[in-house]
Design a binder for this molecule. Sequence first.
Ligand code: DAH
Length: 386
Amino acid sequence: MSAPNKSYDPVEVEALKPEAVERAREDALEAIAGAGDLEALHEVRIAHAGDRSPLALANREIGALPPKARADAGKRVGRARGEVNKALATRLAELEAERDERVLVEEAVDVTLPARRAPLGARHPLTTLMERIEDVFVAMGYEVAEGPEAEAEWFNFDALNIAPDHPARSEHDTFFLHAPGAGAEGAEGAADAADGPGSGVVLRTHTSPVQIRSLLDREPPVYVVCPGRVFRTDELDATHTPVFHQVELLAVDEGLTMADLRGTLDHMVGALFGADIRTRLRPNYFPFTEPSAEMDMVCYVCRGDSVGNPDRPCRTCSSEGWIELGGCGMVNPRVLTACGVDPERYSGFAFGFGIERMLMFRHNVEDMRDMVEGDVRFTRPFGTEI
Ligand code: DAH
C-alpha cells in the first residue's frame, strides 16, 4: 500500500485509475460468467473478490489519494465490488440450482422397483406341531417337562419295568454311550442320583423316562407333557429315521381311571383334528402300563367312509377308517413304586406317540427324509408360525 498522502499532492495511483477499476470489474464479471461449476466459481471468488484481488487491492489504495479524489475513487471501487459480489451471488445460486437438479436426477430412487428382501426363515413343522400339542395340554393344566437325551439305562428301561432280561429291552434298537458298569459320568445330565450304580448310558429310545424323572421330582398329583427327541438304530428311509420326536403324557392322581385316559385322548385328538374325531383303544402290551392299549383315531379325512367303499379310497388311512396314533395305558403300579409313589393311593395314565408319523398323515408328507434334510422348499409351505 502507498504511504498516506499528507501533502495533498494529486498523486496518480495506478490501481485506482477508472480504466483499471473498470478492467478489474469486467475481468471479474467475465470470469464469473465463465465459471462452469461451483469449484471454478470458488477459484474465481478468490481471484476477483478475495483479499488479494485487484479490486480489494484498489480499495486499499484509496487512502493514498488526496482527500478530494477519495470520494470519487471510493464510489467507483465500491460500485465495482458491489457489482462483482452480486454477480458472484447470482452465479452461485445458478450453479447450486444446477447441481441440485443434477443430483436429483442422478441419485433418483425408483420406489416402484421390487425390494430385495431377506427371506424369513420358517420354524420346522415338527417344532410347531409339538408346540401345538403342548399347548393343548398346557390349557388343561399340564406342565411341560423335559429330560436328557443321553439317559441312564435305569431311567430308560429298569424304572419303566423293563428289566435287563426283558425282551422289550432288546426290541428297542438302542444306541449305547457307556456300557453298564462303565459309569455315567460322561453323559451330561444322565448321572443323577437315581441312575443306580452300574447303570449304562444310552441315547433315550423313547420319552417315557421323563415320566420317571417327573415322578421323582414332584409330589402327586402330577400332570406333565413331555416333548423330546429320541433315538433308535434305524436306517434313514422313507418311513424311518434314527432321530425322531415323541410326546409323552403322564397323569398321576387319586382315582384316575381308563375313562380319564380316554377322555383326555378324545380331547387332544379333537383339538388337533376336529371336535368330532373319536379315538379307540385296542389291547396291547407295554411293560410300564397295565392294562396297555394301542390308540387309534377316526380318520379325519374320510371319517371312515372309505371303509369297504372302493369308489372313495382314502390315502390318509389307506381306507382303514382308523389312524394309529401311539401307545397308552394305566401306569404300572411297579413304576409308581419305583418312583416312591404309593400305588394303593394313586393311579395314573400315560401315553406316548411319534410326531414324525403324525406330521406325515396330518400333512400328507410321504417321505420322512424330507423332514430331516433341512430344505426350505419343504418347510416353507408350512408358513412362518411363531
Ligand atoms: N414309550 C413307548 C414307545 O416309544 C410308547 C408308549 C406306550 C408310551 C405306552 C406310553 C405308554 O406312555 O403308556 O414305544
